[in-house]
Design a protein around this ligand. Sequence first.
Ligand SMILES: [Zn+2]
Length: 167
Amino acid sequence: MTTAVYEPERFRSPEYLDIIDAAESSNRLRIADDCLKAIKEQGESGYPHEICGLLIGRLDAEGWQISEVRQVDNLNSERAADRFELDPAAYQRIDRELRGSGLEIVGVYHSHPDCPAKPSPTDLGSAWEGFAYPIVSICDGKAASLRCWSVNDSGNRFQEIRIQEPA
Ligand SMILES: [Zn+2]
């Protein structure tokens, strides 16, 4: 991944910088390489629009253990380049399907076309506590970086989550 990462001016504004915690989360995102690859490929296919999807797995004392990623429609067609609105019907369908399986929806990923893999204030506004939020930066149609975030205990900032291969 040698693609240059674009960083529009707004990502350096106080409004954007204030929502990112300097401290990393102590939790980890354990996810297989093929799941990460799928997120990147979906982001590239959807470019220049934002794509989004669900992380399916478990939450334990060490963080998130992901077994599957599933792309879901982005219903925001008006600002598809910089906003996503996850299809709620798809969310409910997958949630129902997982009932009793021991797995659940534990996060939401999305792409940032021509923007860094850092969350925006809008992302914070729609984020849920306890969810993992991977963001893949797609620059000129190519996956440039992938970082994962979660909301801190006070709900006012994102903390970065380290990504690792499952044990
Ligand atoms: Zn975003």
